[in-house]
Design a protein. Structure first.
Length: 407
């Protein structure tokens, strides 16, 4: 048995990717006003559920877990998986609340599903829902003017049961369970001015969002781009909180803006770097090609001195129409990523070269490919060996950091 180590592991956290069931967010908000040095750890998880939607432009599929929570899986290329398909995937949580998938296994067909989501638009018999950092559609059935739940307003949080019929989701029951003032939207940017923007979502519906004067859009964003928005909804209109190019969001491991995992409150999590701060406000840059998020610091909150360049995790919510800081964790200075995403795979080697290693996991799911750095010698590995390998995920590449040939 031989083991090799690389300096790349110095800040990594080992995660048993093959056996873990789905986990929640890598960190939870501290009490209001708290400040502590922490490190986020994004662990490998197994996402199992029923496909609700796929989006070739975003290279994503949307999955409802058995609990009703919704996850968006990102891939390096488009995956065409039929609605209603039951899948299993190993994945890592990204800063925007989506998951980067490293494997995909198709299991069986489901005839129904249960999900929780926020109403993003009500378009007659088609209900546009937002959950898991994606937007998708459900066809409504049994609509009655006498049924108050048959016409849920925008921002309503709903539990929905659906049947899968001819490749679409048909609602069989709907229950209002709360209200959310923050909604995740995605789509192609179809119009842009100094005061508003319009996006077309996956199935052609358009939504217009006001741009507050306090927000400066990234210069890299242009009409035609696939974008991801966090918006506030009040007085029957959407107001932009932040916008990011969708592919940049896909590459932001530890920075981004995400909504409540339960879709049942008006708070958001912001991960990023402090770019400016004063006694009354804090501005955070949530990753590349994203609009900075400005939050008000309430007079009731006392913070230790903050430094530009520090990496923070902020929880913010709408208070009297103003995005207001509720809690803050300081994770470290710029350059200290505060998060190292590590995966572990065990199985049979199907391909090996000085620059790459491909392993077929023991559960016969999709083979996992590692990039071999020049600092590692894999000449002792041959096709057919049983190995245990660890790697660090950076961008779309999984770089090998350690391996063990098993006897």
């Amino acid at each position: 048995m031989q083991r090799f180590h690389s300096p790349l592991l110095t800040r990594s956290v080992m995660a048993a990717a093959i056996s873990l069931s789905i986990l929640g967010s890598a960190s939870s908000a501290s009490a209001a006003g708290s400040r502590a040095n922490v490190q986020l750890q994004s662990k490998a998880v197994t996402v199992q559920g029923t496909v609700l939607s796929d989006n070739s432009a975003r290279r994503t599929i949307v999955v409802a877990l058995h609990s009703g929570l919704v996850r968006t899986l990102r891939f390096s290329s488009p995956r065409h998986v039929a609605i209603g398909t039951q899948i299993s995937s190993h994945a890592f949580r990204l800063g925007d609340g989506t998951y980067r998938a490293t494997t995909l296994q198709v299991r069986a067909k489901a005839h129904s599903a249960h999900l929780r989501a926020t109403v993003a638009a009500n378009r007659g018999r088609r209900l546009e829902l937002s959950s898991g950092a994606s937007v998708f559609f459900v066809t409504r059935s049994g609509i009655s003017s006498h049924d108050s739940s048959s016409n849920p307003p925008i921002g309503e949080v709903v539990n929905v049961n659906v049947d899968v019929v001819n490749g679409a989701l048909d609602e069989t029951s709907l229950q209002d369970v709360g209200v959310s003032g923050m909604i995740d939207l995605q789509g192609a940017l179809s119009a842009l001015s100094s005061t508003s923007l319009t996006i077309n979502v996956n199935e052609g519906a358009s939504t217009t969002v006001a741009i507050p004067s306090s927000i400066t859009l990234p210069s890299t964003i242009a009409v035609g781009d696939q974008v991801e928005l966090m918006v506030a909804y009040a007085n029957q209109s959407f107001s932009l909180v932040t916008i990011v190019d969708d592919q940049s969001a896909a590459n932001n491991n530890s920075a981004g803006v995400s909504g409540s995992d339960q879709n049942q409150n008006s708070t958001i999590d912001v991960e990023g770097l402090i770019v400016s701060t004063d006694a009354t406000s804090l501005t955070i840059q949530p990753g590349d090609n994203a609009a900075s998020v400005v939050v008000a610091i309430p007079s009731t909150m006392t913070l230790a001195p903050l430094v530009v360049g520090e990496r923070v995790h902020a929880v913010a919510g709408m208070v009297a129409g103003v995005l207001t800081l509720l809690s803050l964790d300081v994770q470290g200075p710029a350059g200290d990523q505060g998060q190292s995403i590590t995966t572990e795979a065990e199985g049979q080697v199907v391909s090996v070269s000085p620059t790459s290693l491909v392993i077929q996991p023991s559960d016969q799911s999709t083979p996992i490919s590692f990039v071999v750095p020049t600092s590692l010698d894999v000449s002792t590995i041959v096709v057919g060996d049983q190995v245990q390998a660890k790697g660090v995920l950076s961008g779309n590449a999984l770089t090998l950091t350690e391996f063990e040939i098993q006897d």
